[in-house]
Design a protein around this ligand. Sequence first.
Ligand SMILES: [Zn+2]
Ligand SMILES: [Zn+2]
Length: 136
Amino acid sequence: MQILRMKIRPLTQQRRLLLDTIREVGRHLDAKELYRRANEKDERISLATVYRNLRLFRDQGIIEERHLRRGCCCYEMKRSGEHQHLVCLSCGRVIEFKSPLIHKLVTEVQRKNRFLVARVDLCMEGYCHECKEERK
Ligand SMILES: [Zn+2]
Ligand SMILES: [Zn+2]
């Protein structure tokens, strides 16, 4: 992780552990879950440390903040390629999707509203396939 080393100075042991944990989980975890997992590995890590570093990682563009559930921020590693989210209201599963239509939508929205869109954070709530079947 050459890039990270350059960006975060100093890359302390705790910061490395937090980043490794975010990467391990793969995607979409909130501060409390990150705290729980990181604290299992290093009990000196406090919730305040987690919050502080999440803000730092976000400001440095290493992770992205997503508002996937009401009143709750989720974080994921920044990856190339924009994607949007579907959130299941029943089991909490998060599904990522991409669609070329979003680009069209942005173009139209920009034109009609004379607004430059810098970031799209689209989240649709509903029921995943399994939960939908159960509700029948
Ligand atoms: Zn579900
Ligand atoms: Zn995502």
